[in-house]
Design a protein around this ligand. Structure first.
Ligand code: FES
Length: 77
């Protein structure tokens, strides 16, 4: 079964990103990126991080693309 649990480009897991988000009190990807490096290379992890922030999941077993997640709000996603 496929297992997607991290931003490969920046070598950081979604669980680690979630912990940073909780510690910083941020709930969107744009604000999270001010606290930790992820998502600025291939960008494939970004919709997973958005879903993680929305649902709390940190391990995914199917492909999640930008089209699968609600659009980011005015503050970025
Ligand atoms: S996997 Fe996160 S930027 Fe490539």
């Amino acid at each position: 079964m496929m297992r997607i649990d991290r931003c490969h480009c920046f070598r950081i897991t979604f669980a680690e990103l979630k912990a940073v988000a909780e510690a910083a009190g941020v709930r969107d990807g744009g604000r999270l990126s001010a606290h930790v490096d992820f998502g600025r290379k291939c960008g494939l992890c970004r919709p997973y991080v958005r879903r993680m922030l929305r649902t709390g999941e940190t391990v995914f077993h199917k492909v999640v693309t930008e089209a699968d997640e609600p659009k980011p709000g005015p503050s970025g996603g």
